[in-house]
Design a binder for this molecule. Structure first.
Ligand code: DXP
Ligand SMILES: NCC(=O)COP(=O)(O)O
Length: 238
């Protein structure tokens, strides 16, 4: 089985737009789990433009499935994760001003840094996943770091697949097989959606978990619109 972890960053984006607490990210996390999702993912960024550090604490009390916290391991982030002790931490090498995650780790160049950081999380029994491009050398490097899993960065697949280039899946399948041989679990995420998830799952072996946020929340808005508009019209004209 492949687990679905729902990234709720975009619910926080909507909440922050008005300064209040609507939509409520804690309630959303509860509901998402009640609807059957296997986990909740958040990616608090240093500017707290969506998920705030306080949200990460508030969510700890309600996430009874897998709690996955993603981010660049700067000191503030490391301290947060060590304090909260989620099920999994996913390390992402994104710069402070990145609009969204835009690259995987160079696991060869940053091997010593990753080893040192990962060890801190492992001492607290937190599963560690590292975000990587589908490049075999990077998977081999990941196996040296002490990480439990890799998260395959799927933006390129999603883009190529939307253009009709199905061959783009090959690098992901190869790297998932290699990771499995090297005793690394395989996660995947970024720009996965209802349009591409089935093809990805069918072609990438050993897929333990996907984390999906942007498309899933967008799809939920579109699919919810007919019901909500009908309810407004009924209240206005009954
Ligand atoms: C790690 C990753 O792939 C990202 O998708 C990320 O978690 C999303 O972050 P934003 O919601 O800030 O774009
Ligand atoms: N790790 C990827 C993630 O959490 C969600 O990415 P996206 O679906 O918002 O692109």
């Amino acid at each position: 089985m492949t687990k679905l972890s729902v990234n709720i960053n975009k619910i926080a984006t909507l909440r922050n737009a008005r300064g209040g607490n609507y939509p409520n990210v804690v309630q959303a996390a509860k509901d998402i789990q009640d609807f059957g999702a296997h986990g909740i993912t958040i990616h608090p960024r240093p500017d707290e433009r969506h998920i705030r550090y306080q949200d990460a604490y508030d969510l700890k009390n309600v996430v009874f499935t897998e709690y996955n916290i993603e981010g660049n391991p700067i000191k503030k982030f490391i301290d947060l994760v060590l304090d909260i002790r989620p099920t999994q931490v996913t390390l992402v090498p994104d710069s402070v001003d990145a609009i969204t995650s835009n690259a995987g780790w160079d696991t060869v160049r940053h091997l010593d840094f990753l080893k040192e950081v990962i060890q801190q999380f492992k001492l607290k029994n937190i599963r560690v996943s590292i975000f990587v491009d589908p490049v075999e050398e990077m998977i081999k490097g990941a196996a040296q770091t002490g990480a439990d899993r890799i998260e395959l960065y799927t933006e390129d697949f999603a883009h190529q697949y939307s253009l009709g280039n199905e061959q783009a899946i090959n690098a992901y399948a190869t790297c998932a097989r290699l990771a499995h041989e090297l005793n690394l679990g395989v996660n995947a995420g970024h720009d996965l959606s209802l349009k591409n998830i089935e093809f990805f799952k069918q072609n990438v072996p050993h897929l333990a978990e996907v984390s999906i946020g942007h498309a899933l929340i967008t799809e939920a808005i579109y699919q919810g619109l007919p019901t909500v508009i009908e309810q407004y019209l009924s209240k206005l004209n009954s």
